[in-house]
Design a protein around this ligand. Sequence first.
Ligand SMILES: *[C@@H]1O[C@H](CO)[C@@H](O)[C@H](O)[C@H]1NC(C)=O
Ligand SMILES: *[C@@H]1O[C@H](CO)[C@@H](O)[C@H](O)[C@H]1NC(C)=O
Ligand SMILES: *[C@@H]1O[C@H](CO)[C@@H](O)[C@H](O)[C@H]1NC(C)=O
Ligand SMILES: *[C@@H]1O[C@H](CO)[C@@H](O)[C@H](O)[C@H]1NC(C)=O
Ligand SMILES: *[C@@H]1O[C@H](CO)[C@@H](O)[C@H](O)[C@H]1NC(C)=O
Ligand SMILES: CC(=O)N[C@H]1CO[C@H](CO)[C@@H](O)[C@@H]1O
Length: 485
Amino acid sequence: MKLVALAPAPLSIAILLLCLTTSSCSRLLRLPASKTSKSLTKEELWFNQTLDHFSPYDHRLFGQRYYEYLDDFRTPDGPIFLKICGESACNGIPNDYIGVLAKKFGAAVVSLEHRYYGKSSPFKSLTTENLKYFSSKQALFDLAAFRQYYQDSLNAKLNRSNIDNPWFVFGISYSGALSAWFRLKFPHLTCGSLASSAVVQAVYNFTEFDKQIGESAGPECKSVLQEITHLVDQRLGSNEKALKTLFGADELKIDGDFLYLLADAAVTAFQYGNPDKLCLPLIEAKKAGEDLVEAYATYVQEYYIKSLGVSVETYNQQHLKKTTLSGDTADRLWWFQVCTEVAYFQVAPSNDSIRSSKIDTRYHLDLCKNVFGDGIYPDVTATNLYYGGTRIAGSKIIFTNGSQDPWRHASKQTSSPEMPSYIITCHNCGHGTDMRGCPQSPLVPEGDAKNCSSPDAVHKVRQEIIAHIDLWLSQCRQDSGRSSI
Ligand SMILES: *[C@@H]1O[C@H](CO)[C@@H](O)[C@H](O)[C@H]1NC(C)=O
Ligand SMILES: *[C@@H]1O[C@H](CO)[C@@H](O)[C@H](O)[C@H]1NC(C)=O
Ligand SMILES: *[C@@H]1O[C@H](CO)[C@@H](O)[C@H](O)[C@H]1NC(C)=O
Ligand SMILES: *[C@@H]1O[C@H](CO)[C@@H](O)[C@H](O)[C@H]1NC(C)=O
Ligand SMILES: *[C@@H]1O[C@H](CO)[C@@H](O)[C@H](O)[C@H]1NC(C)=O
Ligand SMILES: CC(=O)N[C@H]1CO[C@H](CO)[C@@H](O)[C@@H]1O
């Protein structure tokens, strides 16, 4: 399963910008965004970014896309919230709980597209050779450079220099890890960090992922899912063609790709807060003595493919090999990050697994080699050496996780001084529930939590988030007050 990269739902309401140059308006007039709007802004802005932050000889630049949302900004000294974009095209600033926080704190919200994703590709072709500047380390440096650029341009508009607004960084999932790592590596550039469902620990054989699916499903649903896996493995041996056709997945010639699609389709229900969409019909089918593989195919086709809009092609290694910029490049790009830095190989545990045992370490390594070439495999030890994994030695970072989310086992789930960690526990609390509410697919505006099975569990953690942002922003203001005297 990918991380949070759900295809953003089509945006129904475009926000009309009246303020063409921000310098010309102090309180930044804009049409009020509709309450049901799914994004705060979609107006893209551009910034010239350094291609290689780690070479003194290479001065090439590339265009990086970003967004700003200033409706609630308390000029001139309100905080600036840097919402980090992760492993997908960044088509705007989604109107999740950050919109509520911006209003509360009088904050500006800015968001930078991750290098290589969406329109921020430095190259016209994504060959393995061209991906050599594609890493979380470069991405963190991008954020630091952008933060400086944005502060300077804001100061220029406000006719001042050498003044810093208090900054705070936010991210969910991989960008949640970037949010924690940004505070770790550049503590002077942000007052604090919210790291929501932040996968800070690179994991090679990520067997806990599948195990969590079993726990999130509960015994009854789990056993049906295991029975389906068993039947699928059998039919793959006896009648492969009919089986793949049943799932609309004829194009997946490599069995591992096909089995990965089937595993992911189930994962999605738990990761994004829709467990009943999967489990209720399967348990019904089991009770009625119906063909379980057919019942599962209905779920995959009707829900995963049609309703969520996930494309079968996503799993096809032939598709992952495409280096052109046309279409959605995020699949290839995320696999590159998996295959070089973070792994999170979702291999079947040796005992009691939900997914097919054919989804093993070898499958993942073969994929990395087939898609990117010889010598491409993830060095998770180096990644954890660089960032510290769950032993990250940061400060002023809030970690949050959803109880049903398989990714939480790559996150920091225990509190330590200066780094509180919260688990939001409820039946449909998944990936990024604190920011996104329930369910997260489709995205609910302002991260509405009322359809979480325990809205109260979400509210409690949100109160903690607000308290920490408040405290750390005020400490930051005191410090900068002192240093400027
Ligand atoms: C980025 O660089 C291009 C080419 O040098 C230049 O035309 C453009 O104005 C620059 N953009 C910004 C935002 O600095
Ligand atoms: C900034 O300073 C310039 C030159 O002193 C002045 O013309 C301009 O009106 C000022 N702008 C603002 C927003 O104060
Ligand atoms: C991952 O699992 C494979 C297959 O079970 C095993 O050979 C390998 O040693 C494991 N690697 C790590 C780092 O745990
Ligand atoms: C395998 O899983 C089953 C079901 O959870 C459990 O009862 C059994 O003890 C496990 N066996 C081993 C060797 O861990
Ligand atoms: C909450 O659930 C109700 C009933 O299923 C549904 O009508 C409503 O649209 C949901 N609201 C949100 C914000 O998802
Ligand atoms: C802070 C917190 O809630 N920590 C809990 C996170 O979840 C693990 C189990 O997965 C518990 O052991 C921790 O107490």
